[in-house]
Design a protein around this ligand. Structure first.
Ligand code: ZN
Length: 470
């Protein structure tokens, strides 16, 4: 999950090279080779400050090549201005050229991590007490490794009906640098063309004791947008204050935004989320969820659910002040005061409409409300397509008996926005169960259960095969 990246053009195809060809044991498709691949990927530093995504892409390409992929099926791409933010596209051709391909997307870049802040070295994969520890062990190298490993295993299988494509990209975790998914969607659309895509954002959740709670299929995400509120004033000497004051006016506007709640706006994903989640949640919340799914205007349900930050953010667009600046000297009346408002807009609402609503709520023409330049497309929700959900549910019933697959709308953002905006419906795929508290994702001592990774590997491999054969 992240904010937005910028795009640059120009492209170089690098022949598949770099590093030693992995041995048979390491590419055999078994757990040993998976662990070796996962370790190599995690221990390849891919932070923006000190890492190299292109090296990670080359190393994964070398493993695919050793598993039998031809050079023509492997594309390591970079752009001239960002040689260290490259990625890989691998293609396993299917038998039926008319059948739409399946795309597997995972980002290989990770959030920064400082050795001195961590208990262990963040760039060494450590296995301890049933957990893997390292930066990216969860977000998103577990899935990147599982997808790459799946491509290796599929290579040894009889040809599937559909073509299966893998895109390993950089830039998901950073803003205003280079985003590989955005680049491919806008410049190499044909390379990743597919009927639908599987990405991060779904997974599933364990309870604090590690007991599986539910699996999640992400089908929608909110659009993040920033707005600048600004109050201006002629200023003057602070020894003679006047009633009009830029900081006070801005504070008044902020208080109004703080008190305002956008109207409830459910979509097919969030309706399904509340109806499914309602069945497995404690009665106090469960009843309200079921009620809101049936009638979004149910006032009591609205009140109960709005008390929970995550559920409130699932119900509606949210806007919150995140940055503030004002004044220019201690002894001068402020001439300007500004605030940044970060909004998360539900599918079906617009950036302009949200701007207008903020201005209406403030109701003070002296406060300007400006949308910051948009840094990415508006994501489109993926349909709750039975052809996607049913195979996932069937396999879950076998591998995770009793665990429902719940459609979710992410309040954060993934690279799915680029795919969906380019016409490739993108699903945050279930299968890997994450810690109740997020397991240090983007934070300290990121970790994930070994059992979650291994069972997720089996689930995703089998699910990919089901989709590729359908
Ligand atoms: Zn991520």
């Amino acid at each position: 999950m992240r904010k937005f990246g910028a795009i640059l053009c120009g492209l170089m195809f690098a022949a598949v090279s770099g590093g030693l060809a992995p041995s048979q044991a390491q590419t055999g498709g078994g757990e040993t080779s998976f662990r070796a691949l996962y370790k190599e990927l995690v221990e390849t530093n891919t932070t923006l400050s000190a890492g190299d995504c292109t090296v990670a892409a080359q190393r994964m390409a070398a493993r695919l090549k050793a598993a039998g992929y031809a050079d023509s099926e492997l594309t390591v791409f970079t752009v001239p201005d960002h040689p260290k933010e490259g990625g890989l596209v691998a293609v396993l051709p299917g038998k039926d050229p008319k059948a739409k391909a399946l795309l597997l997307l995972a980002h290989v870049d990770v959030v920064e991590a400082k050795r001195e802040d961590w208990t262990r070295d963040p760039f060494t994969l450590v296995e301890e007490n049933g957990f893997f520890y390292a930066r990216g062990s969860s977000d998103d190298k577990a899935m990147a490794a599982i997808f790459t490993d799946s491509m290796i295993r599929l290579r040894a299988e009889p040809r599937m009906k559909r073509t299966v494509k893998l895109a390993l990209t950089c830039g998901e975790e950073t803003t205003g640098v280079f985003n590989g998914a955005e680049y491919l969607s806008q410049n190499r659309r044909e390379l990743i063309d597919a009927g639908f895509a599987l990405n991060e954002g779904g997974g599933g959740r364990l309870d604090p004791a590690g007991k599986p709670l539910a699996l999640a299929m992400q089908t929608a995400e909110k659009t993040a947008e920033n707005y600048t509120l600004e109050a201006r004033n002629p200023g003057g000497h602070s020894s003679m204050p006047r009633p009009d004051n830029a900081i006070y006016e801005l504070s008044g506007a902020l208080a109004k935004i703080q008190a305002y709640r956008f109207p409830i706006h459910l979509n097919p994903t969030t309706k399904a989320f509340f109806s499914e989640q309602g069945k497995i949640s404690p009665p106090s919340l469960g009843q309200a969820m079921t009620a809101i799914a049936q009638d979004p205007e149910n006032k009591l349900a609205q009140t109960v659910l709005s008390r929970d930050p995550l559920l409130n953010s699932t119900l509606r667009t949210t806007c919150v002040a995140t940055l503030l600046e004002g004044g220019h000297a201690e002894n001068a009346l402020p001439q300007r005061a500004r605030a940044n408002i970060n909004c998360r807009i539900v599918p079906g609402e617009t950036i302009e409409g949200t701007r207008d609503k903020l201005a209406e709520v403030i109701g003070d023409a002296a406060i300007s409300v400006t949308a910051k330049p948009q840094r990415g497309p508006i994501g489109k929700a993926a349909p709750l397509d039975p052809a996607v959900f049913e195979p996932a549910r069937k396999l879950a019933a076998e591998m995770y008996p009793g665990l429902p697959i719940i459609p979710i709308m992410s309040t954060g953002a993934t690279d799915s926005i680029y795919l969906s905006a380019a016409g490739i419906p993108s699903y945050g795929v279930p299968g890997v169960l994450y810690e109740y508290d997020g397991g240090g994702i983007h934070g300290l001592n990121e970790h994930i259960r070994v059992s979650s990774v291994m069972k997720g590997r089996e689930y995703l491999y089998r699910l990919i095969k089901l989709y590729a054969a359908a």
